[in-house]
Design a protein around this ligand. Structure first.
Ligand code: KIV
Length: 509
């Protein structure tokens, strides 16, 4: 296939993905995700929206400095000050891009911007020209394109190209398009703005009606050569096109799509788990491509078919996505570090030596409590042990709970502060987890409200690890915490401390 058949993959997990309600990545988390996106070999990483906060600017600049390979993009409204800020953030990148947007639909221009078409056209022109003074790679998006008047859309696209935009992105901002209609829109832009043959057309589809992946593929059939999306499809409202779905559809149906990507699909599972962990947005089991059930077969007829030939009921090989091969490798407490390291490499996990030492120690703890440690246990251990060590403000030394069907549950906790000093206290609560959290609150003195608590089993069986995900609300914002242990009360305590430590780290910044 030629380069004209290549679909450029633009990942916006760190920008549109972070716009999901309840998601806020720390700077270190953003860099870690960007590194995994580079391993995935996406073409462009939209690292953030620099004008929104100094924290975002700092994180984008760090990614621009540290993450090599993909183009690093920063989003900007069509105003000069936003573009100046975006340039400051991305300028350290090997290949920087400024992505400028302004709304082009009547409803956005009239009700939100309070501007006439002529003003918007002029703002788009001036913004692209301004961005072009800084970088050669400029992307322009007419926001809410799918609800825009087509003639005006052609005009604004033509104007942006005339000022030097090298990518024109057509966003289905509110997830309104129907696939055949969207394909026709992309074709009509190419037909009515012949200048667009010299640049790359991109599509950016939201999932409000569950059609983001379908619309992205329709856009490609219409002639788009860049697709924007996020890992696990996180994003505003119902989310964005899930990149793992778009890329695997292109790969699996290459016979029909006649295009390809340069994505290293084997890195998707690790990317998905990383984003799930750091965003705190748990995947539904039946999520396409990366969900827990995506390659599990329960009906007898299907199992029979799979046992005879995998392809009878599987259109993709789970290994191409990097999905652990289930119970094929079983590690036990007698397994050594070489075996664990080799298994991590098979899972496309690349810990530093320091991380590996923590993973191996945690593996031994789990192996002591369970007969067998399978790949799903390993992924839970990896999640926790490679978690960014945000601060050492508080660590758990001991948690002890007494609970019965009569009387109030009581918990006592012993925590270690940043100076290594032990602090101990006890409390009663409405349940054992509440008692632990009350005791931790007494030690740390931190005011907060628990807004979400969920526990799920990592594997089957009575000795399974429980993975706890929580969110707490403090004066400074919402913070997520996560931990896994064969004892769910210990996991609950550690997840809570993880969230509090993140809140402390954010407050000190
Ligand atoms: O959904 C949207 O329109 C966007 C643009 C900024 C591309 O996110």
């Amino acid at each position: 296939m030629t380069d004209t058949d290549k679909i450029y993959i633009f990942d916006t997990t760190l920008r549109d993905g972070e716009q999901s309600a309840g998601i806020s990545f720390t700077m270190d988390e953003k860099v870690e995700i960007a590194r995994q996106l580079a391993r995935l070999n996406v073409d462009i990483i939209e690292a953030g929206f620099p004008a929104t906060s100094p924290g975002d600017r700092e994180a984008i600049a760090a990614i621009a400095r540290e993450v090599k390979g993909p183009v690093i993009a920063g989003l900007a409204r069509a105003v000069h000050s936003d573009i100046d800020t975006a340039y400051e953030a991305v300028r350290g990148a090997e290949s920087p891009r400024i992505h400028v947007f302004i709304s082009s639909s009547e409803i956005h221009m009239g009700q939100q911007l309070h501007k006439h078409k002529e003003d918007v056209l002029e703002m788009a022109r001036s913004a692209v020209a301004h961005a072009k003074k800084y970088v050669s790679d400029v992307e322009f998006s007419p926001m809410d394109a799918t609800r825009s008047d087509r003639t005006f859309l052609y005009d604004i696209v033509r104007a942006a190209i005339a000022e030097g935009a090298t990518t024109i992105n057509i966003p289905d901002t509110v997830g309104y398009a129907i696939p055949s209609e969207f394909e026709d829109l992309i074709r009509s832009i190419r037909k009515n703005v012949p200048e667009s043959e010299a640049i790359r057309i991109s599509v950016h589809c939201q999932n409000d009606l569950g059609m983001a992946t379908a619309n992205s593929l329709a856009g490609i059939l219409g002639g788009a050569r860049q697709v924007e999306g996020t890992i696990n499809g996180i994003g505003e409202r119902a989310g964005n096109a899930a990149l793992e779905e778009v890329v695997l559809a292109i790969k699996t149906r290459a016979d029909f799509m006649n295009v390809h990507t340069d994505v290293v699909t084997r890195e998707f599972y690790t990317a998905s788990k990383l984003v799930e962990r750091l965003s705190g947005m748990a995947l539904q089991p039946h999520k396409a491509v990366v969900g827990k059930n995506a390659f599990r077969h329960s009906s007898g007829i299907h199992q029979d078919g799979i046992l005879k030939m995998r392809e009878t009921y599987e259109i993709m090989d789970p290994e191409t996505i990097g999905i652990p091969a289930g119970d094929s490798i079983v590690l036990t407490k007698v397994s050594g570090s070489h075996a664990v390291r080799a298994r991590l490499a098979d899972l496309a996990v690349h810990p530093t030596d320091e991380e590996f030492a923590r993973i191996f120690a945690a593996f031994k703890d789990v192996a002591d409590a369970k007969d067998e440690v399978d790949d799903r246990d390993l992924m839970a251990i990896i999640s926790e042990q490679t978690q960014i060590q945000v601060t050492d403000a508080w660590t758990l030394d001991l948690v002890q709970v007494s609970s019965s069907d009569h009387g109030a549950p009581t918990a006592s906790v012993r925590l270690v502060d940043a100076n290594g000093k032990l602090h101990q206290d006890a409390a009663i609560g409405t349940g054992p987890v509440d008692a632990i959290y009350q005791a931790i609150n007494r030690v740390t003195g931190m005011k907060n409200e628990l807004t979400e608590f969920s526990v799920k089993s990592v594997t089957e069986g009575i000795d399974a690890q429980g993975e706890v995900t929580i969110r707490v609300q403090t004066d400074g914002g919402t913070y997520q915490g996560r931990a896994a242990d064969t004892d769910i009360l210990v996991a609950s305590a550690r997840a809570y401390l993880h969230a509090l430590n993140r809140a402390i780290a954010a407050a000190s910044r």
